[in-house]
Every structure is written in structure tokens, then in C-alpha cells.
Unconditional design. Structure first.
Length: 174
């Protein structure tokens, strides 16, 4: 009887060893930290994410269009996030768009503004366009507010505390 229980005991011991002593999950830390210039460097086992956005660009595909449902005027603003190496990346933070006149003779104040929160991951994903690797924002605007030479400014406050801005002068059709 004792010899008959030995294979069962060995099998149970092997099973327990596999379950309890198996692979441990890898650490989520990358072992890198960010330098003052936005790059990353190794510091023992502690590394921070090297791909945080370091600049933004209002992409040239940004344009005026008409909302198909309402017939209202829209700005399709495409915002691109770039890391310290100048490569496309995603952004996590808050975005503000301001519409201004590009003419120095006109009022320099913001004519309209829009705030978008990319800290909400569902909202972040909703705005991201995989094809252009930009974030698409459809900004409603009253046609009466549109200056003769419109300029869009974008401001970004990253979740890591960095601030960035960019401006885009719309092409003139004369």
C-alpha cells in the first residue's frame, strides 16, 4: 500500500512545486529615468518611461469642414505628440485649443477655446487615429467668430507636468 501511494505523493509534490515556485511576474518598471533634456538613462534597476511627449505639433491635415449632421462649421484639429527623439508617441494629459486671428492688426485675444481631457483613457483612445498617428478633435465653431486669417494654438499639460504649445496658421484661399 505504501509503495502504491508513492507515485501519487510524488505527482502531488511536483504539481505543488510548479504552482508555488513558478515564474514570477516581471516588474513594470523599465529601470530608466528621464534626463533633464527629456531623454532616458539607466539608473540601476529604476527606469522611467522614456517616451513621454516632449513637443506637440498641430498637424498640416488640420482643416475647416462642415458637420454632416448639423451643417455647422467645424475645425478638424489633428494634434501630434513627439518624444525626445522626435518620434510619434501618445499623450496623456490636458489639451486646450484657442482660435486667434493671425493678422497683427486684429484683436490678439482668443476668439474661441476648447478643452479636452486626454487623462481619461477611453477619451484618449476615442480621439487617437491609428492611420495618421495623431489625435483628431472636431471643434465646433460659430462662423461669425471666424477671423479673416485664422490661427489655431494648442497647449498641452502632460501628466508628468511638462507643458508644450504649438500654433497653426490656416492656409489662405485667395
Amino acid at each position: 500500500m505504501r509503495n502504491a501511494m508513492l507515485p501519487s505523493f510524488l505527482l502531488a509534490s511536483l504539481f505543488a512545486a510548479v504552482l508555488l515556485g513558478g515564474c514570477q511576474p516581471a516588474s513594470r518598471s523599465t529601470g530608466m529615468r528621464q534626463n533633464s533634456d527629456g531623454g532616458a538613462s539607466a539608473d540601476g534597476d529604476a527606469v522611467t518611461w522614456p517616451f513621454w511627449p516632449r513637443s506637440i505639433r498641430i498637424h498640416p491635415l488640420t482643416r475647416f469642414t462642415t458637420d454632416r449632421e448639423t451643417g455647422g462649421l467645424l475645425i478638424e484639429a489633428r494634434l501630434e505628440f513627439l518624444d525626445a527623439e522626435g518620434h510619434n508617441t501618445k499623450g496623456l494629459g490636458q489639451v486646450r485649443f484657442d482660435l486667434h486671428s493671425a493678422l497683427p492688426s486684429e484683436d490678439a485675444r482668443s476668439l474661441e477655446n476648447w478643452n479636452k481631457d486626454l487623462r481619461d483613457l477611453a477619451e484618449n483612445l476615442n480621439h487617437f487615429d491609428d492611420v495618421t498617428r495623431t489625435y483628431l478633435f472636431r471643434l465646433e465653431i460659430e462662423e461669425s467668430l471666424l477671423p479673416r486669417r485664422p490661427m489655431l494654438k494648442a497647449y498641452f499639460l502632460s501628466a508628468d507636468g511638462a507643458t508644450m504649445e504649438n500654433r497653426f496658421k490656416f492656409p489662405v484661399n485667395e
